[in-house]
Design a protein around this ligand. Structure first.
Ligand code: ATP
Length: 424
C-alpha cells in the first residue's frame, strides 16, 4: 500500500493554542528520544471537518513510557499509566485529555474477544482502527510536523461523508465497532458505505458473539445514547439490528420516531426543571419493550438500570388503571413507588392521552410537594425515630393534598392532633 502524505500545517494552526503547545512539546520530546510521534483518531477527523475536539490521541512507534513521564513533568499534570498495555493518559483540570500509546497490532483469537496486543509500526496501528476516517495520523516530530498519513483513503471518505471499514473482518473481530459507527454516522450525518453496511448487518445477524461480554456492548450503547436520537440513527438501527448483540428483539409496529421525539422533548423539559435523569438509559429503554428482568440478571449493570430497561413489559395493568380520571390522593398512592424514568417511559410509550395527563399532573403538581415539618420537629415532640415517622409524614402529606394544612405551623398542629388521637 502506497503511503500518502499530505501537508496540513495550516489546518494544525487552527487548533486551540493550548493544544498546539502540547503537540509541539510532544514532538520535541519524541525528537530527543529518537522516536516518531503521531496525532491520531477523532481529533484529526474533527479538525478536517472544522469541529472542535478536546481528546488528544497520541501514538509513538516505540515505548511511550519515557514520553508520558516527561510530558507529565513538563505540565505538572497527573498521569494514569497502564503497565500491561503500555498506555497512559494525562488529564488536565479543564477537561483536556491526552491518551498516549505505542503503535500496536491487535490479534483477535475469537469473535468479540479482547485482542492480544503486540508492538508494531504506524501502518498496522492505523489498520486496526474502526473506520477509514478514524485511521488518519499526523506527524508531530519537528522535521515532519503537520504531515498527514492517509493509507486508506480516509480523507476522501470524509469528503464524501462515508463510513468505511478497513477490512471485511472488522466487525467480526469487534462488533462494538458497529455501534461506534452508528454513533458517528448519526452525529456527523454520514452514511455507511454500502459494503461496510452489509458487513455490519451480516456480522450482527450471523456472528457468533457468545463470548462477547454484555458490558462492552452496553458501554458503547451508553455512548451512543448519550446523544440525541435522530432519524438517521433510527434508520440505521432498522437496517443493522445491533440490539441483537444483547439478545434484544424489537417490538413490532412501534413508531420509534414519534416516541423518540416525545422522549427528547420530555428530557428537555425535565432538565429545565432540574430533575436529574439518566438520559441514555431512557433512550435505550425505547427499544426494550419486550425485555424481561430475568433476561438480564447476568448483565453487569446497576440494578436501577435493569429495572428501568425491563419496566415497560410489566406496566400493562398500571397503564390501564392510569387511563381513568383519578383524584390526587389516588394518583400519589399509585405513582410514588415508581422512578421518574419509569414514569417517563409510560408518558412516551403508552400513547394514551389520559395516562399522559395523569402522569403530567403527578410530576408537575404532586411529586415535588415537600412538607414544611421535618424529622427534627417530630423529635422535638418527643417521638423516637422509627416507622412511625413515615406514617405521620404520609398523613400530613395527605392533609396537604386536601388543602387542610399549608404552613409549618398548621402542619405541626395537625401532627399534635394526630398524636392526641393516638393517645386516646
Ligand atoms: P469521539 O469523538 O466520540 O471521542 P473518537 O473517534 O475520538 O470519537 P475514541 O473512543 O476516543 O473515539 O477512540 C479513539 C480512536 O481509537 C478512534 O478514532 C479509533 O481510531 C480508535 N478506536 C476506538 N475504539 C475502537 C474500536 N473498537 N476498534 C477500532 N478502533 C477503535
Amino acid at each position: 500500500i502506497e503511503e500518502k502524505e499530505l501537508e496540513i500545517r495550516d489546518l494544525m494552526d487552527e487548533l486551540p493554542v493550548k493544544i498546539i503547545k502540547i503537540l509541539k512539546e510532544i514532538g520535541a520530546i519524541a525528537d530527543k528520544s529518537q522516536i516518531r510521534a503521531y496525532l491520531i483518531g477523532g481529533i484529526i477527523r474533527d479538525l478536517l471537518l472544522g469541529k472542535g475536539n478536546n481528546d488528544i490521541d497520541i501514538v509513538v512507534d516505540g515505548n511511550p513510557v519515557e514520553l508520558i513521564k516527561q510530558l507529565s513533568d513538563f505540565f505538572s499534570a497527573k498521569v494514569l499509566y497502564n503497565e500491561q498495555f503500555k498506555t497512559g493518559s494525562i488529564k488536565f483540570a479543564d477537561g483536556l485529555n491526552i491518551d498516549l500509546a505505542g503503535t500496536r497490532r491487535e490479534n483477535y483469537h475469537y469473535p468479540g474477544a479482547l485482542p492480544e496486543v503486540t508492538e508494531t509500526n504506524i501502518f498496522e496501528d492505523l489498520f486496526r482502527r474502526d473506520y477509514t476516517i478514524n485511521a488518519l495520523a499526523v506527524a508531530l516530530n519537528s522535521d515532519k510536523w503537520g504531515r498527514m498519513i492517509d493509507y486508506f483513503g480516509g480523507q476522501k471518505d470524509l469528503a464524501e461523508k462515508k463510513l468505511r471499514a478497513l477490512h471485511r473482518f472488522s466487525f467480526l473481530d469487534d462488533p462494538t465497532r458497529v455501534i461506534r459507527g452508528i454513533r458517528l454516522a448519526s452525529r456527523l450525518k454520514f452514511d455507511f458505505e454500502k459494503e461496510t453496511e452489509d458487513l455490519a448487518r451480516e456480522a450482527v445477524l450471523a456472528g457468533d458473539f457468545s463470548r462477547l461480554t454484555s458490558e462492552r456492548i452496553i458501554k458503547e450503547l451508553e455512548l451512543l445514547f448519550a446523544e440525541k436520537i435522530n432519524r438517521r440513527l433510527l434508520g440505521l438501527i432498522k437496517n443493522i439490528p445491533v440490539f441483537k448483540l444483547l439478545g434484544i428483539e424489537l417490538a413490532e409496529g412501534v413508531d420509534y420516531w414519534q416516541q423518540s421525539t416525545r422522549l427528547e422533548s420530555w428530557l428537555e423539559y425535565l432538565k429545565e426543571k432540574n430533575y436529574n435523569i439518566e438520559e441514555w438509559v431512557l433512550r435505550l429503554a425505547l427499544f426494550t419493550d419486550k425485555l424481561k428482568k430475568k433476561d438480564i440478571v447476568d448483565w453487569n449493570l446497576k440494578e436501577r438500570y435493569k429495572d428501568i430497561l425491563s419496566f415497560y413489559l410489566t406496566a400493562r395493568d398500571l397503564i390501564e388503571t392510569l387511563d381513568n380520571d383519578l383524584d390526587d390522593l389516588r394518583l400519589v398512592d399509585m405513582l410514588n413507588e415508581y422512578k421518574l424514568e419509569e414514569l417517563v417511559i409510560l408518558l412516551v410509550k403508552s400513547g394514551k392521552v389520559m395516562v399522559e395527563k395523569n402522569i403530567r399532573r403527578y410530576i408537575n403538581e404532586l411529586k415535588g410537594i415537600e412538607l414544611a415539618i421535618s424529622g427534627f420537629d417530630l423529635k422535638e415532640l418527643g417521638l423516637n425515630p422509627g416507622p412511625v415517622y413515615k406514617d405521620i409524614f404520609d398523613r400530613v402529606y395527605r392533609a396537604r393534598l386536601k388543602g387542610e394544612v399549608s404552613t409549618h405551623q398548621e402542619e405541626l398542629a395537625y401532627v399534635k392532633e394526630l398524636l392526641k388521637e393516638r393517645m386516646e
